[in-house]
Design a binder for this molecule. Sequence first.
Ligand code: ADP
Length: 709
Amino acid sequence: MKSGPQLIPGDEPFRSMSDYAPLLIWASGTDAVCNFFNVTWLKFTGRTMAQEYDDGWTEQVHPDDLERCLAVYTAAFKKRDAFARIYRLKRYDGLYRHIADRAAPQYNFEGTFTGYAGYGMDVEELAEIPRLREILFGITQGEQRLNEELAATNEELSASNEELAAANEELVTANEELIQTRGALAKLNENLEKMVADRTDALTKSEAAAQVLNEELISTNEELAAANEEMVTINEELVNSREEILKSEKLFKSIATNIPKSLIVVMDSDYRILAAEGELLYKTDNGSKFDESDPLVMLLPDCHCKPFYEKMLNGRQFTVDQKGAEDRNIRIEFVPLRDDLGEVYAGLIMALDITDIKLAEERSAKLAAIVASSDDAIVSKTLDGIVTSWNASAERIFGYSESEMVGEPILKIIPDDRLEEEPRILDRLRSGERVDHFETKRMTKDGRLLDVSLTISPVRDNDGTIIGASKIARDISEKKRDETRKNDFIGMVSHELKTPLTSLSALMQIVRSKLKNSPDTFITNALETAGKQVKKMDTLINGFLDISRLESGKMAVVRTQFMLDELLVEAIAELKLITAGNLIHIDAGEKVMVYADRDKIGLVILNLLTNAVKYSPPTSPVDASCRIVGGKAQVSVKDRGIGIKPGEMEKIFDRYYRAETDYTHHVSGFGIGLYLSSEIIRRHSGDIWVESEVGKGSTFYFTLPLPDK
Ligand code: ADP
């Protein structure tokens, strides 16, 4: 039985050593099978270990030598003898070389046979020697030669034998070293095993100890974790409370700094200042920092505040008004701060500069007194018309008490037929306008109608935004009654004057016609002048009568269609009957028909012409025109007279108004002509106005709507 292929037979040291030997070394096992060939062999044959394995190597042995070669090996093997043989072995280059091969049985250190090991040498060169070849390969030559050659060969052989012996010795030494090394290794191994065992034992023991330790560690760890958690919670609480403190500090600061002109101080029970903040803190003249032991000293240099602090820390809450630096009014509130048990642990001192408030209070007290004592109703309201204040006179005039009116709409006192006034007034107020002396009627609680004059002004807040209105209502009913009485009187007087004047005028006309041809020119001239004066007087009396009618609402407008341009010409002609001198130029080229009260419009034109003559130098010309402008009939009267100041151009249309000038002092008049004219034009839905320049002259205009076609 052959043992399985063993590509690397024998011991590793042996194998590597043999690889480097210059001999063709081989080995076989206990089954005689060749199982090892060294590198030198394999290089020689140029084959692999697998090819040479078992009897593969015999393929390379010369066929003539094989049988003998194997026979020598088999015979020796059986007997476990060493043997030597020569045979031809094919080299890698295909050439057969003579190999001298020696082999010996092998035993391990226990003495057991392990197989054969052999080593061969290429002795081809030796084979070249003929005699040696004869000897070696059975070719006989001469005995002499043979002996010589044999001797020589012997020498050579012994030399190579020696080499082989030396190699063998080396091998043996190596083997011994190997055996020794093995022993040492075994020992080492033993030691190692022991060490491992000891170590394992120690480990096992220490594992048990470690287990205990580990358990302890785990429980400690758990405790630590719990402690850690507690720490985390405490930390969080700390962070929270710190945040809370920061927050309240911030809050304190922002409260204190946001209260204008204030100083807030927190003092502990030992009179130590815990916090002090506020605008007043930084208002020192020299910019120096406040006195930390007593921040109030800076505000109230003359104040001995210690007793106040004592009182506060003794649990009393109180307010003190003091005069501070620069005569400022300082109000100080002392508030004790108590803990849960009611013990005072600190005090809060709040100082407020109330100088401005005091001033404002004084001012508003004065105003309130004025409002309260005023004879006029003084009312304030929102821009939505809701009453916000109602003084005593308002109560007296309108009959409603303050509580009945505040919060109520002002419409309560406006008569139904005047309800549209309120939105118009509110509109004007919203745009910042003021309504001055607006005469109207208001209704009392008991339903009486009062004549009132209203002055309404917008009320603004500190930023100038209109937030409401103040209204002063003056009861002018009595005044109105007076006026009516006066008008009635004027009307009555005028009427009484008119009758004799009419008869006087008629009488004078008769006398004039009778004395028409009288040679006495004085009489005729005097009569003419008297006629003009009577006419003037008549005009004046007519004016008063008209005013009286107007005021009492009795001035009726009687409309007819007529030519305005013709009326203008007539008026000029009439004027000439009264006055003389001024040259009146008419530009009445356009035919303008209107639908109006002819007499009254005639009166207006005559008024304007009379004024133009009255308020200009005697010979200065007057231009009058009648045209259609912008779809309306327009009459203008232009003079080159004294002119009117800008501030008076509005007022001259008021009743009884006369401009105060040196010139007008010498001109007779009552200030009723323009008032009457404007009322007449207003009743015709027209406009009347003036353009004027002082010293250059004035142009009066009025318009009337054109009649519908
Ligand atoms: P009277 O002329 O009687 O005073 P009016 O009502 O007609 O009254 O006029 C009012 C005032 O207007 C006059 O007193 C005068 O001061 C001024 N006035 C009127 N017309 C003129 C004018 N053409 N030029 C200058 N001032 C005038």
